[in-house]
Design a protein. Structure first.
Lengths: 483, 363, 255
């Protein structure tokens, strides 16, 4: 099976070199063919996008843009539509994730880009979405308008499907031309989305491009960054650092590094009836995309003092993961991943000698691992792919000192706690650098309008143009109707 | 005679024999397992966690392998570590923690090394003039390789054998003297040492524009890979360069595969083609497993190597390496170390976390 | 490879009768079987010998399962020697003579008669389950099989105290199954009909046997080895999605 990836505006050329990426699952192979542009072609693409952005995209009203995105998302939510069917068929092969996980994940994720969510998104960041259309009066006096950049370049990474939508849709909402670079691990979905947008609104045809090049291609990247107003980069700190090193000082760089997330479970949720619910939700957060998301948990801190002990919580969680293995099996692991996971688990098993209260729970096939630790609070990442630690704690203050040193890496905390605890803990966790607090079971689906890594999705992209009150007043004296 | 002495005697006799039957190998492996289960307490708790008591372990293949990293975390020894005659340590790059392998006596290690070395490297000859591209045992008292090479010189080197490294690396003057001497006299010469030292030597010789044609019977033994200590050469290029620069057939360039955590080494029969087939003596057996299930992969498929070394009478016989290999009729292909993995998504991977934690990137 | 290779199976009251037959059946599938007995060491050792012959591993341990401390000691010894417990078959029960002619009538029973049987069936099982639970939870798996009787469903002979105790055990098992399911631990019952020959049924009259046979679709009385099959099934992965169930092994007498 061969699938064409990417999306290009019309630059008057039809001959492109392509690169073939091959993906294999148990019984199927997909070859993804993606255009690999020459530097000259790339320059033409950027030029085209820049022009279309200035001439076309900027002429749309924000409600028109919202409506276009809404229609495109609507089609992706329709399981009978072409691109949705492609996604359900090909993404499991490309990423290795369970088909059902992808299907359910897509729906819950795409839902957050419907019209009503986009509106919330806009109002969240801007207060008044009309700021994107026109100069709006400000409370302080004067007027402002949010001007989107001409070209935003997105460097996407990772294989969690549709994750690039956040930044691409943000770019569209601020009426920017968008150049997206897809990762080799999931090169398809953003290209399909681009095609779909253009099908919905043909006038967008030249306003975006989805391309591929090999990450770290310094010459190419430098040239593209030179021509971009904003670059949004995803990836590890090392690769972001190298992007930053090549970033002209005049280009705004918005890096989104890899993050680490965790859960905190209060004893309030650990009674005979509700424990299993918490466990079930926690397990869902673990199995969704096999913990590959930045919002996926590495550790659950579970409080002593409930009717169900943290140790029992770990054991409940173990069997929940076993059940999910049957319902939504884990992605096939490579030899390297398998070896590192096995080494990780065995090393944990070795530490039982010095910490006899610890437990390493797992099945024969190593489909998942739960490590329970007592009297030893710490903060270290899991080896992912359904490997989770349950660490017992007494009070939230016991945990904080271990988290605090990793401020810049923290993101989501999934919490099961009573209302008082929720706000108290949120305050304390927020101080250590956590930027998102959600319920267990929702860790992997941020809500519409969330502040990604604590930042503003749209505000960071735009420039505010102010007409100060002085200018307004002074203009009055030059008015033809002045008496 | 105490239990340890009895065990050592048993292992000694086993190694001394010419070959081993599956039954005898099994018997000794299980005896060592019961012994280690009793006296090596961290190992015992590890095995209990897996429900693998001596009663439940019926063949050597059931013995729970210890991940090589565990030598860093735990004291894996049947005797108090202070009673060890020798402690070999890994070079330890991660966080500076070294794996430690305790030897109550070197009797077995030395016996294992000499018998095997004689058969696989010396073969037809008793002694040979050696040049060693590695520091002396005195300088690296905890290096198993330093001990290994010292033993090679002592048992199989002529008295004119020399160490050819000094504090600045390869002692080129000395090396050139030795190579010229060999060429002039026609006396076979053996160069042994760390693979990366050979790379440094090759770079120097290339810079000097020198090549040699060592006499027939000369041979080379390299070990340990390049470990970021030198340029990473493709194996094929490495042996091609060695062979053309020194005039030694590639079939006489032997690679030794050994790790600090074992007491026995593997050798190939030269490196005419790479990867070469590695094999060990009758007291060590290797399985190639799927690391997830611990079960053997079908012959010919890639897996991770597990070695059961009966020479490891004091620590643990069976270790899980981080080396990828393929099982063959007469040994195995060693395909190198398992590479670290990055997270597939935007979650952080352990290695990146450690890196940023140590760099203080995360404040 | 045997179905139970590498698995540790504990059978209580395994020195004779149904228990011995279950132990041997597990051994034939290469299990490591703990043969628990109360008094008859010699008989238990014979069971062990036959288990070894069949290709499994076996180990006889004396323990009075109606004593909490004895049960704890038993489990401790098993874990030390074998490292884990995968399957427990609660088969031991207080001696009872199944003699329909001599049985006590309803108005003759004292509470102690009931208590005696409840202790044998329920209390012993409770001690055993409480003791193995922490380990089975840690393993995220385990199968507990409690032996009851088809008389709980159809008291063709109202052995009041025995049938009541076994019925209680069935209720106990179902509740346990409901609570332990989320830990991956399964609890099921096997309910044989009259099994002959066993020491308990040796006084059962031919006439009674004939009566039962006449009402049994498969037209005979159960042998001890007939019971082993369903027990092995419930212990194995073949029944991995079954818990809280009772399998009747009585030739269709109850349906």
């Amino acid at each position: 099976m061969r699938e064409l990836a990417g999306y290009l505006p019309d630059i008057g050329e039809t001959e492109f070199e392509t690169k073939i990426l091959t993906f294999q699952s148990k019984n199927e192979t997909v070859e993804v063919e993606i255009p690999f542009l020459t530097t000259e072609q790339m320059d033409k693409v950027i030029e085209k996008v820049k022009k279309a952005s200035a001439e076309t995209l900027k002429s749309f009203s924000i409600s028109e843009i919202v409506s276009i995105i809404d229609q495109a998302i609507d089609r992706l939510l329709d399981r009978d539509s072409l691109y949705r069917q492609k996604a359900e068929k090909l993404l499991p092969i490309v990423t290795g994730y369970d088909e059902e996980i992808i299907r359910l994940g897509l729906t819950s994720y795409l839902k957050t880009f419907r019209k009503k969510e986009l509106q919330r998104f806009l109002i969240e960041d801007l207060g008044n979405p009309l700021l994107l259309d026109d100069f709006q009066p400000r409370v302080k006096g004067g007027f402002s308008k949010a001007m989107g950049p001409n070209v935003v370049t997105h460097i996407w990474s990772g294989n969690v499907p549709a994750l690039p939508f956040w930044s691409l849709i943000s770019g569209l909402l601020v009426k920017a031309g968008n150049i997206g670079k897809v990762p080799s691990t999931e090169p398809l979905f953003s290209g399909w989305f681009a095609h779909l947008l253009v099908e919905v609104e043909p006038r967008l045809a030249d306003c975006l491009a989805v391309v591929w090049w090999k990450g770290g291609d310094e010459e190419r990247e430098s040239s593209i960054f030179e021509q971009s107003d904003v670059v949004v980069g995803y990836g590890g700190n090392e690769s972001l650092q190298s992007l930053q090193n090549r970033m002209p000082v005049t280009t705004r760089f918005l890096p989104f590094g890899h993050k680490i997330s965790f859960g905190v479970v209060s004893q309030a949720s650990l009674d005979s009836r509700k424990t299993w619910q918490s466990v079930h939700q926690a397990a869902l957060d673990v199995i969704r995309y096999d913990q590959q998301g930045c919002y996926s948990p590495h550790i659950f801190y579970v409080q002593h003092g409930g009717k169900v002990s943290p140790k029992e919580f770990a054991r409940f969680l173990a069997n929940e993961l076993e059940n999910f293995q049957k319902r939504h099996p884990r992605r096939e692991l490579s030899m390297e991943e398998s070896a590192s996971m096995a080494a990780w688990r065995q090393r944990e098993e070795m530490t039982i000698f010095s910490n006899p209260n610890n437990e390493v729970l797992g099945n024969q096939a190593n489909d998942w691992t739960v490590v329970y630790e007592e009297n030893n609070i710490h903060f270290t990442p899991s080896s992912l792919n359904r490997v989770i630690k349950v660490i017992a704690f007494e009070t939230i203050e016991d945990i904080l000192p271990y988290i605090a040193p990793h401020r810049s890496l923290l993101q989501t905390v999934g919490i099961a706690a009573n209302p008082n605890e929720l706000f108290e803990w949120a305050e304390l966790l927020g101080k250590t650098g956590v930027t998102r607090i959600t319920a267990l079971g929702s860790m992997t689906s941020p809500e519409a309008g969330w502040h990604h890594d604590g930042r503003f999705n749209l505000l960071d992209l735009v420039n505010m143009v102010d007409i100060e009150a002085a200018a307004e007043e002074s203009s009055e004296q030059f008015a033809p109707y002045v008496d | 005679m105490n239990q340890q002495q009895e065990i050592v005697q048993h292992v000694f006799r086993f190694i001394q024999a010419d070959a081993s039957e599956e039954k005898d190998f099994n018997e000794l492996a299980l005896r060592l397992y019961a012994y280690q289960y009793q006296y090596n307490l961290p190992y015992r708790s590890f095995c209990m966690q897996k429900g693998k008591t001596p009663r439940m372990v019926k063949t050597w293949k059931d013995i729970p392998p210890v991940p090589i990293n565990a030598f860093k975390d735990a004291t894996l020894s049947c005797i108090g570590p202070e009673k060890a005659e020798a402690v070999f340590m890994t070079s330890g790059t991660t966080k500076g923690i070294k794996g430690k392998h305790y030897h109550p006596t070197l009797q077995i290690y030395d016996q294992s090394m000499t018998l095997n070395f004689k058969k696989r490297f010396m073969r037809d000859i008793e002694h040979i003039r050696m040049g060693i591209l590695f520091p002396k045992e005195k300088e690296l008292p905890n290096s198993s390789l330093a001990h290994y090479l010292a033993l090679a010189v002592k048992e199989f080197g002529t008295k004119e054998s020399h160490y050819l490294v000094n504090e600045n690396g390869v002692d080129m003057n000395r090396l050139l003297d030795e190579l010229h001497h060999a060429e002039e006299t026609g006396e076979p010469y053996a160069l042994l040492g760390a693979s990366y030292s050979f790379v440094h030597m090759l770079e120097e010789l290339e810079r000097m524009g020198k090549t040699f044609s060592l006499p027939k019977g000369s041979r080379i033994l390299d070990t340990g890979g390049f470990k970021n200590q030198s340029k990473e050469l493709e194996l094929n290029e490495f042996y091609l360069l060695l062979s053309t620069t020194l005039g030694v057939e590639r079939s006489e360039c032997i690679n030794m595969y050994g790790v600090t955590e074992l007491s026995t080494q593997f050798y190939d029969k030269g490196n005419e083609s790479v990867p070469s087939v590695k094999s060990g003596p009758h007291w060590i057996r290797t399985r190639v497993i799927n690391p997830l299930t611990g079960e053997e992969v079908p012959k010919g498929e890639r897996g991770v190597l597990v070695h059961c070394d009966l020479g490891n009478f004091n620590s643990v016989t069976t270790i899980l390496t981080e080396d990828v290999g393929i099982e063959l009729e007469n040994g195995f292909f060693l395909l190198g170390r398992v590479q670290g993995t990055e997270a597939k998504g935007c979650s952080i991977a352990v290695e990146e976390f450690l890196k940023s934690a140590s760099k203080g990137v995360s404040e | 490879m045997g179905k139970f290779q590498g698995k540790v199976v504990l059978v209580t009251g395994a020195s004779r009768g149904i228990g011995a037959s279950i132990a041997r059946a597990f051994a034939a599938e290469e299990a490591s079987v703990v043969v628990n007995y109360l008094q008859n060491k010699e008989a238990a050792e014979q069971v062990v010998a036959s288990c070894l012959k069949l290709g499994g591993d076996a180990w006889a341990i004396q323990a009075d399962v109606t004593s909490e401390s004895a049960v704890q000691e038993l489990i401790e010894r098993v874990l030390l020697e074998m490292g884990k417990i995968d399957v427990v078959v609660n088969n031991a029960f207080t001696p009872y003579a199944f003699n329909p002619d001599e049985r006590k009538l309803a108005w003759e029973l004292k509470w102690e008669d009931y208590q005696n049987q409840i202790d044998g069936a329920l209390r012993s099982t409770h001690y055993m389950c409480q003791t193995v639970l922490p380990f089975m939870k840690k393993q995220s798996q385990g199968s507990i099989i409690n032996m009851i009787s088809n008389l709980v469903e159809r008291p063709i002979v109202p052995y009041h105290e025995y049938n009541t105790a076994k019925a209680a055990l069935q209720g106990y098992s179902r509740n346990l199954a409901a609570e332990l399911g989320p830990f991956g631990i399964r609890v099921n019952c096997v309910a044989p009909g009259l099994v002959y020959p066993t020491s308990a049924s040796k006084y059962t009259k031919e006439e009674v046997k004939e009566m039962i046979i006449a009402q049994t679709p498969l037209r005979r009385i159960a042998l001890p080895e007939d019971v082993a099959g369903p027990v092995l099934f419930l212990a194995s992965d073949w029944s991995k999605f079954m818990t809280g169930q009772t399998l009747f092994v009585d030739g269709g007498f109850v349906m």
